[in-house]
Write a protein that binds this ligand. Structure first.
Ligand code: MG
Length: 201
């Protein structure tokens, strides 16, 4: 199983990072070892001083596919969950500065939270989602605000990599990213339904 993550997929987030929109999606991978185990907290790692949350809609692949035409992308998923793409922002800045790959900033242990539940909802492309930190809304958007839709993402990524059953696609984060500290509590919502809750320890 692989975890594919899209970068810069919401205009306001690209702006807050000071980055331009790209012609094609940008993607990177997290290994399965990056997943936070069920009902476990996030333990603040010793190699970073600035861990950011990025809440993202996550789609689960249900069929093997390669070079998928976007018209057929919808045959490859039918459920959506919510996750956090934890990012060691200080390490990421260093990687960017030196032109190095991002793995130490994006693919470390516990860098992927994925909700236990995946929803089968009527419209998978028009969904409100949000993240609360200590009870306050810090990120909020709708799937219809993505620059590249899930169908376009599936088509693009499958030109380079075969998609397999169970693969997860993180679809990028809206604006409002920020840091976490020990003692914080994060709670994610899809359409006002609480879908995960996570403590930072
Ligand atoms: Mg992200």
């Amino acid at each position: 199983m692989k975890i594919i993550c899209i970068g810069r997929n919401y205009l306001e987030h690209a702006k807050e990072m000071g980055k331009p929109i790209t012609k094609d999606p940008i993607f990177f991978l997290k290994p399965d070892s990056s997943l936070i185990a069920k009902r476990q907290p996030f333990y603040f790692p010793n190699f970073s001083k600035n861990i950011h949350y990025e809440v993202e809609l996550v789609y689960k692949i249900k069929k093997v596919g390669k070079s998928i035409d976007p018209v057929f992308s919808k045959d490859y998923y039918d459920k959506v969950g919510l996750g956090i793409d934890f990012t060691a922002r200080d390490l990421q800045e260093k990687c960017k500065l030196n032109g190095h790959p991002w793995e130490i900033a994006k693919s470390f242990d516990q860098s992927a939270l994925v909700s236990e539940d995946f929803l089968e909802v009527k419209s998978l492309k028009d969904l409100n989602f949000s993240l609360l930190k200590n009870g306050e809304t810090v990120q909020k958007s709708n799937a219809n605000q993505m620059i590249f839709s899930i169908d376009e993402i599936i088509s693009y990524v499958s030109n380079f990599m075969t998609l397999k059953i169970g693969d997860l696609i993180f679809t990028g984060t809206p604006s409002g990213v920020g840091s976490v500290k020990i003692g914080d509590k994060l709670e994610g919502f899809i359409n006002n339904e609480s879908i995960f809750s996570l403590n930072i320890k």
